[in-house]
Design a protein around this ligand. Structure first.
Ligand SMILES: Nc1ncnc2c1ncn2[C@@H]1O[C@H](COP(=O)(O)OP(=O)(O)OP(=O)(O)O)[C@@H](O)[C@H]1O
Length: 647
């Protein structure tokens, strides 16, 4: 059965047009709302599966305000807009819509956008469900293992991090009848690395005497309600909670979520998570914590009473126990080097998506480590012992790529002397990496879409359809939205691949990772070349930090390799960094985010080009865009598109 859709659109004609298109396609219309208030009422009474929401609406509240509520209620939504204000577009993006339809759009675009929104929503749910299942298993293992209690707490924090992101976690506990807490404060220092903060180190970092901090603790209220605090709520919380205020100030935290619970041996626990981002937590995180409450209680129950007592007896009022047992080895991530917040964010996303079968789209400049990240996703997945096939779509000639991907039967074409098994078939039950997906020819994009939708392939010249089970990871350094706008990449394929995008930041956005990467490559090329270089001089490191690394990690790797070969002594004292070029026009164009108007303009121009500038008649632009020619003419006028511009 098709979903129930709520249309939130204040333009009567447009809303009615949408209703017509959707009803014809078999959707049920939950209602048409002209304002956010009306939409909220219909959501309550009709419980729609999807919402199509215009950004600008009558009244004070915009579609973006409604979107925040929809996100919190886990109702997928797609924006409709013809607005060109870039600032608003950027705010809209932060609400994580499931799609974006730029007016005017064709019926086909609307239906594809809805289908994709449905697919993305379902896969998001599935991926969360898989992660949660995995997480419960891991908590059970922690509960069963005989480790001492601080190890158990660290392990629990590591596990929770996959679903509840945090930069710091505070675990507090006390016997029910007691006034005083004992606790642990762990700050995240790497993917699986935690730095324990005790009162003395907090005193050092904040510059306040340890005695003062103890007093702050005594005057801070107890967390006995499960709640999250973002933005203003967080500011209010810190105004009445001096200890949280101190931690927030010292480490720059802006949001907090708390889960208190009672163990069967009558201890009161509270887990308090902090993040730097202002919108760090939402009701979904709280739901998740509630769902995990029982396994968490079981872990805390498994800590023997004498260990809990002895932890409390160290300091009767509050004790932040020092723990030197941090770990930074994480075999699952292989040799991904770096601990910058930007890279940790990527690792968190990998951790969330790896266990499911969701398609992943890796976006990033050349040399940022997309292939390395793809390796990590495969190795963390349940498919890790199955084939992992990599295809570079740019390296294959257009004439070969089809048979390379899908295979061919003997005699399928001149030169096909033998049957050939394609990459997709080879990857069956495993993973395929489609690198440089932006280079895939348009004709093949249709076939790829079919694999994604139907999970089946046909060898060239073959009569049978073969069912395959392949997880797809696609990677590109191109701006796919631009490729779509210019007619080189199919919109439907783009949406299908864009289910779980991961943007890998360029090296210049995470320079703090550079020294560790440089040393990593130094050790690697020492081994390879038999040299014994023991370090990199401060001057070299400084000039490396000042350089922009347009070639990213690959460029760094090559430069270190060369410097090792050229080094005269035991130190890298010199490095030949290219002189930084002035940013070229092409770079500016690539990094420029287009406004909705510009996107719309480019899209209309690309269609006009395809129709040789024809607006009226069969197969002409208006028909392709599925809008009346007069509407197209007025859009063209508004967007400054003149027919003579169309080559
Ligand atoms: N975080 C990392 N830690 C260690 N090595 C890395 C890291 N990221 C990338 N590398 C190394 O940098 C080199 C380039 O990485 P990779 O080939 O994965 O980049 P890419 O984004 O796929 O590039 P392209 O788009 O050009 O294919 C590889 O040798 C890879 O092993």
């Amino acid at each position: 059965m098709k979903e129930k859709i709520l249309i939130v659109e204040d333009q009567f004609v447009e809303a009615d047009y949408l209703r017509l298109m959707l009803t014809q396609a078999g959707y049920i219309i939950a209602g048409i709302a002209r304002s956010v208030a009306q939409a909220e009422q219909i959501i309550k009474s009709e419980k729609p599966d999807f919402v199509l929401v215009d950004i600008f609406l009558k009244g004070k509240q915009t579609g973006i305000d409604l979107a925040k509520q929809l996100s919190a209620d886990n109702i997928p939504f797609v924006y409709l807009s013809a607005n060109s204000n870039e600032e608003i577009l950027n705010v809209a993006k932060t609400t994580e819509p499931y799609g974006f339809l730029v007016k005017p759009f064709r019926e086909k675009d609307l239906l594809i956008a809805l289908e994709i929104a449905h697919y993305r929503h379902k896969h998001n749910q599935e991926s969360k469900w898989h992660t949660e299942k995995q997480l419960r298993k891991e908590l059970l293992n922690i509960q069963k293992e005989g480790a001492n209690w601080d190890t158990k707490v660290i392990e629990t924090a590591k596990v929770l991090q996959k679903l509840i992101p945090f930069d710091c976690i505070c675990v507090k506990f006390k016997p029910l009848e007691s006034r005083y807490y004992s606790g642990f404060l762990f700050r995240r220092a790497g993917f699986s690395e935690y730095q324990t903060i005790d009162i003395n180190s907090l005193s050092n970092i904040s510059g306040r005497p340890a005695e003062d901090i103890k007093r702050l603790l005594e005057h801070s209220p107890i967390d006995n309600t499960a709640r999250w605090y973002n933005g203003d709520d967080f500011n209010k919380l810190t105004s009445v909670h001096p200890m949280k205020a101190l931690i927030a100030k010292v480490f720059g935290f802006s949001s907090n979520i708390v889960l208190p619970f009672i163990t069967s041996d009558s201890y009161m626990f509270s887990l308090s998570f902090f993040r730097r981002s202002e919108e760090g937590y939402n009701p979904e995180h709280l739901d998740m914590l509630f769902r995990l409450q029982q396994p968490l209680i079981a872990v805390m129950n498994s800590i023997p009473a004498n260990e809990k007592r002895s932890a409390l007896s160290i300091h009767p009022e509050f004790n932040i126990i020092t723990n030197s047992k941090t770990s930074n080895t994480n075999p699952d991530f292989g040799t991904i080097i770096g601990k910058s917040p930007a890279l940790l964010k990527v690792m968190d996303l990998i951790g969330q998506v790896a266990y499911s079968d969701t398609s992943v789209l890796l976006l990033g400049e050349s040399g940022t480590g997309k292939e390395k990240i793809a390796d990590a996703i495969h190795n963390l997945s349940t498919r890790k012992n199955k084939p992992f096939i990599k295809v570079n779509c740019a390296a294959l000639p257009a004439t070969l790529i089809e048979s390379e991907l899908f295979g061919h039967e003997k005699g399928a074409f001149t030169g096909a002397y033998d049957k050939r098994i394609g990459k997709f078939e080879k990857a069956d039950s495993g993973t395929i990496l489609l690198d440089e997906i932006g280079e895939m020819p348009l004709e093949l994009q249709v076939k790829l879409l079919r694999v994604l939708q139907e999970k089946e392939i046909e060898r060239i010249g073959g009569r049978d359809t073969l069912k395959i089970d392949v997880r797809i990871i696609a990677a590109t350094n191109k701006n796919l939205e631009k490729e779509v706008a210019e007619g080189r990449f199919r919109l439907d394929l783009y949406y299908r691949l864009n289910v779980f995008p991961i943007r890998i930041p360029p090296l210049r956005e995470r320079k703090e990772d550079m020294p560790a990467l440089a040393y990593h490559f130094m050790n690697y090329y020492n081994q390879k070349s038999g040299k014994k270089i023991s370090g990199i001089s401060d001057n070299v490191l400084k000039s490396m930090m000042a350089y922009d690394w347009p070639g990213n990690i690959r460029e760094l790797e090559h430069l270190i390799e060369r410097s090792i070969l050229l080094a005269k002594g035991n130190f890298i004292e010199d490095i030949q960094l290219p002189v930084t070029q002035k940013t070229s026009d092409a770079d500016v164009e690539n990094s420029y985010i287009k406004t909705i108007h510009e996107n719309e303009r480019d899209y209309i121009i690309s269609i006009l080009k395809k129709c040789n500038g024809r607006i009226w008649g069969a197969g002409a632009a208006a028909e392709m865009l599925n809008i009346p020619p007069s509407t197209l003419k007025s859009r063209m006028k508004k967007l400054g598109i003149r027919k003579e511009f169309i080559p």
